[in-house]
Design a protein around this ligand. Structure first.
Ligand code: SF4
Length: 386
């Protein structure tokens, strides 16, 4: 049974410069005991996406649904959300030094987290559980280190302490937001091993947010590649690495250093991610895409299946047959881009896709209307205060 079912999630922010469309029409499922890797460059919307699920984007305009154990997370009150955060869904942030309070001992902070959700747990019981949690995540001499302050832990140990805190209430889902980015490669590998082992022991589901496909290769079962606030490609991990369809996914793969390609230059994805206030027309990746052709500049593609089972989806107008890294697939992509191949515009323009594209346009219009009303209300309030 699906643990988390997100449908058509849109998140926008009104700023002085205009409306930031941080997340646009994203849908995904997370199954118990499995890991969903969410990958993309900075500004692709991956962190806003998960923070919105936990009510951590105040001031945002949100639409869609996020069903978790029969409850829509987007409709919970602050009190109800406090019951969910930590106890049922917990988060591991990128920088443990800013997540841990510098003036309190590590053990006190973990114990307090346990007692904040269950006041029937005594301080002594919380302390015993804290030591056990620190032992579980591999902190040496946990019964003495429990009395250390955060600055007395190394970076890797602090991240282990954050993982212990995330596990404290045995949540069903852990969201790990770039948990290894601030760590060196050796410690990163240890933390990933730890997460995999703990997940196997407890059956917890995991959403791993990262910009690093190497991390995805280590830990994910399913992958969602995000670009400009939308899912560009969704697939089981194997398909993402061996049969990528979206040129952005292919670009991310080509920019990973490889020991077998010594002497070859890395191929970065050219250009910069777009401004989320002034998005390009059509496919949002078209200004950076090497295979851009006719309709890419005018029509935004929606996710469509590129395999028989439907588990692999891509939001790109290139023909389904162009998925993969083979020379044949590359020839087909280049033929379409040069106008010599079959434009998949006709092939892909099914009624379902047209309906989905119209739905996206309607959602954008609804966001604009909602924000306009909010602005009017704010202006009225300011007027009455004045
Ligand atoms: Fe490139 Fe066109 Fe595909 Fe967008 S739709 S990724 S521009 S080929």
């Amino acid at each position: 049974m699906t643990l988390l079912e997100v449908r058509d999630l849109n998140v926008s922010f009104q700023t002085a410069d205009g409306v930031v469309r941080a997340v646009r029409g994203v849908s995904f499922d997370v199954e118990p005991g499995r890991t969903l890797g969410v990958v993309g460059e900075s500004g692709s919307g991956k962190t806003v996406l998960t923070q919105t699920l936990l009510g951590l984007t105040p001031g945002s305009q949100v639409s869609g649904s996020a069903m978790f154990e029969g409850k829509n997370l987007l409709e919970l009150s602050d009190d109800e959300m406090r019951q969910v955060r930590g106890a049922q869904i917990s988060v591991i942030f990128q920088d443990p030094l800013t997540s841990l309070h510098p003036l309190y001992k590590i053990g006190w902070q973990i114990g307090e987290m346990i007692r904040a959700h269950d006041r029937s747990v005594s301080k002594k019981e919380a302390s015993i559980r804290t030591v056990e949690l620190l032992r579980r995540v591999g902190i040496p001499k946990p019964d003495t280190r429990v009395n250390d302050y955060p600055h007395q832990f190394s970076g890797g140990m602090r991240q282990r302490a954050m993982i212990a805190m995330a596990l404290a209430l045995e949540p069903k889902l852990i969201i790990a937001d770039e948990p290894t980015t601030a760590l060196d490669a050796t410690v990163q590998a240890q933390i990933l091993d730890l997460l995999i082992r703990l997940q196997q022991d407890s059956g917890t589901a995991l959403i791993m947010i990262t910009h690093d496909l190497g991390v995805i290769a280590d830990i994910a079962d399913d992958v969602m590649v995000m670009y400009a606030g939308r899912a560009a490609e969704k697939a089981p991990k194997r398909d993402v690495f061996y049969r990528p369809h979206h040129p952005y996914t292919k670009g991310l793969l080509e920019s990973i250093p490889s020991s077998s390609a010594s002497g070859e230059r890395l191929k970065p994805v050219p250009g910069q991610p777009p401004s989320l206030i002034n998005l390009p027309t059509g496919c949002k990746f078209h200004p950076r895409c090497s295979y851009v052709f006719g309709r890419c500049r005018a029509d935004e593609p929606v996710l469509r299946p590129v395999d028989d089972g439907g588990a692999h989806e891509s939001a790109c107008w290139l023909p389904v047959a162009s998925a993969g890294l083979s020379a044949e697939a590359e020839r087909l992509r280049e033929a379409v881009a040069s106008g010599a191949g079959p434009e998949s515009g006709e092939e892909a323009a099914t009624d379902a896709e047209a309906a989905a594209a119209a739905q996206t346009a309607n959602a954008d219009a609804a966001v604009d209307e909602g924000l306009a009303k909010e602005n009017d209300a704010t202006a009225d309030n300011q007027g009455s205060v004045a």
